[in-house]
Design a protein around this ligand. Structure first.
Ligand code: GLC
Length: 573
């Protein structure tokens, strides 16, 4: 089967199913709700949907703890709703990507239940270790969700099992060929049903270093240097590709904490097939412009850090590998509250949209991002529900924790989608499973549909423009004013070899300007680009009021204004 790389022209929308839309009035989002909103999704001009897990699960980590990989959870509508969703999505030319979570399962999965009783062939499906003779734990690795050790004693088996995440998420033993066969069965099952690919959850963690040696004692992350990009990772991913994925025209997207562009190219190389295990990686660098590696170690937002991250990935992957672009997902707080300004909610949301939508790669938009949903700030700590959040900084006084959670918790991305200003934000007729953000009366789809200048309508426009410009798919990235902490300016330009197939009428060079300032700023483009001759393709704020370049080429950018220009290139003189 030839793989056509269709994802390179696409834009994706991510759905976190519990909070998207309730279709059967039980307070929980489901696939009936999604089917109901497919025309809305299509109206965003996107080409596909990535679903966070829909499988049967006890829900300790909101579906990332799976107890049956080959079924859709009854609360989401079961297989019947899924089949219907898939065909309704495909009719609208929307691709469907599933989440593949195989670093761990739920402890309620049948495999684990049998493994703890040493029932073959499941005995070695997980990573079991006896107590050390000195009574110590098998090693010093820590769980990312539970703070302390990644080892949990199991009374039934009389051994410890490894869980890099929650206690109820035991890690699979991918070194066991039988486990890899199971993964292949899962992939095949969904591909045969018609899905178009997978987002692979913490997939770079699946091969642990032999002997499970102690690691540097990094709080919360001890062990990561021994299990991230482990010894057999490429071998296993190649095996999945060779035996299953290469037989379908599908795409794969790998979540990869701490990955650098250099390392990413060992997975997604387009020049060396031996180093092409997957198609794209979810890097975390663009999520660290206001924190140190984790949202829970906050720092002041720095546009320079964000630009550095963008630049690193845009330049180092160019011509060698394909980028995945995003500013939000279900694991991070809302981007306007982080990198933009709630005071300038719409304007900063638009600037953020422009900042990443015209880069090279496949952009993803997370539910609610397109209407500018912002962080949720409950008054009480017991309102939080996420297992990761609730185990952070347990020794701190409650007030301090609450302040930190307001800023860092991924629960902010998990409040119900705000469809209307009415009951429960139009998410459900029933009391929702989780709290609705108080700002739903003003921030909602219905209100933004009516407003031609809303963020929602801007996303539609910006995505459509992006897709009409071949230079966005093929062009080279170049940044101007790298040191500015208020402006982000980049151009995309086609090189000689990339011009084939692009007509003279089509733009071969665009310039993107985004202000991250709450104040108006005078802007002048240097280096021979005369904006008086350029065509303004997109302006984030009222274009009629936009300041035009004077005879020196300077103009005023309003707070958080963003523009995309078509620059006439040398080809036409
Ligand atoms: C990934 C998921 C996250 C989940 C974790 C454990 O990082 O994106 O939501 O909690 O893996 O599965």
């Amino acid at each position: 089967m030839t793989q056509t790389q269709w994802y390179k022209d696409g834009v994706f929308y991510q759905i976190w199913p519990r909070s998207f839309k309730d279709g059967n009035s039980d307070g929980m989002g489901d696939l009936w709700g999604v089917i109901d909103k497919l025309d809305y999704i299509k109206s965003l001009n996107v080409d596909g949907i990535w679903f966070s897990p829909l499988y049967t699960s006890p829900g300790v980590d909101c579906g990332y703890d799976i107890s049956d990989y080959m079924s859709i959870a009854p609360e989401f509508g079961g297989m019947e709703a899924f089949r219907r969703l898939l065909s309704e999505a495909h009719v609208r030319n929307l691709r469907v990507i599933m989440d593949l979570v195989v670093n761990h399962t739920s402890d309620e999965h049948e495999w684990f239940q049998k493994s703890r009783q040493r029932i073959d062939p499941y005995t070695d499906y997980y990573i079991w270790r006896p107590k050390k003779p000195n009574g110590k734990l098998p090693n010093n690795w820590s769980s990312m969700f539970e703070g302390d050790s990644a080892w949990q004693w199991d009374e039934v088996r009389g051994e410890y099992y490894l869980h890099l995440f929650a206690i109820k998420q035991p890690d699979l033993n991918m070194d066991n060929p039988l486990v890899r066969e199971e993964v292949k069965k899962i992939l095949k099952f969904w591909l045969d049903l018609g899905v178009d690919g997978f987002r692979e959850d913490v997939i770079t963690f699946i091969s642990k270093k032999e002997g499970l040696p102690d690691d540097l004692p990094i709080p919360g992350f001890s062990g990561i240097l021994k299990y991230n990009h482990g010894p057999h990772i490429h071998e296993y991913l190649q095996e999945f590709r060779r035996d299953v994925l290469s037989h379908y025209d599908c795409m794969t997207l790998a979540e990869a904490p701490l990955v650098t562009p250099k390392r990413a190219l060992t997975y997604i190389s387009e020049t060396d097939p031996a180093q092409h295990d997957i198609d794209m990686m979810i890097q975390f660098q663009c999520m660290c412009a206001d924190c140190l590696f984790s949202d829970y170690v906050p720092m002041k937002f720095s546009l320079r850090r964000l630009k550095y991250a963008f630049r690193e990935w845009q330049t180092k992957l160019y011509g060698k590998g394909w980028n995945m672009l995003y500013l939000e997902n279900h694991d991070h707080p809302r981007v306007i509250s982080r990198y933009g300004s709630e005071k300038f909610r719409t304007a900063s949301g638009k600037a953020l949209a422009v900042s990443y939508l015209f880069q090279q790669g496949t952009p993803f938009i997370y539910q609610g991002q397109e209407i500018g949903m912002t962080n949720w700030r409950p008054e009480r700590i017991d309102r939080y529900e996420d297992v990761q959040t609730l185990n952070q900084h347990l020794k701190d006084p409650e007030e301090k924790r609450l302040k930190l959670y307001h800023r860092a918790s991924r629960d902010s991305a998990r409040t119900p989608m705000q469809w209307t200003g009415g009951l429960h934000a139009g998410f459900s007729e029933h009391e929702p499973w989780f709290y609705v953000n108080e700002n739903y009366k003003t921030v909602n789809v219905e209100a933004e549909e009516k407003d031609p200048d809303s963020l929602l309508n801007f996303y539609r426009k910006a995505v459509a423009l992006r897709k009409s410009l071949k230079v966005v798919r093929y062009g080279k990235y170049k940044e101007y004013g790298k040191l500015s902490g208020k402006l982000y300016v980049y151009e995309r330009v086609l090189g000689e070899s990339e011009r084939a197939g692009v007509t003279d009428e089509e733009p071969s060079r665009i310039l993107v300007i985004c202000s991250f300032s709450e104040k108006s700023m005078r802007f002048r483009m240097r280096r021979g680009i005369d904006l008086r001759k350029a065509e303004l393709l997109l302006c984030s704020l009222d274009a009629k009021e936009a300041s035009v370049p004077d005879k020196t080429g300077a103009f005023i950018l309003r707070p958080y204004e963003a523009r995309v220009y078509r620059i006439s290139d040398n080809r036409k003189g």
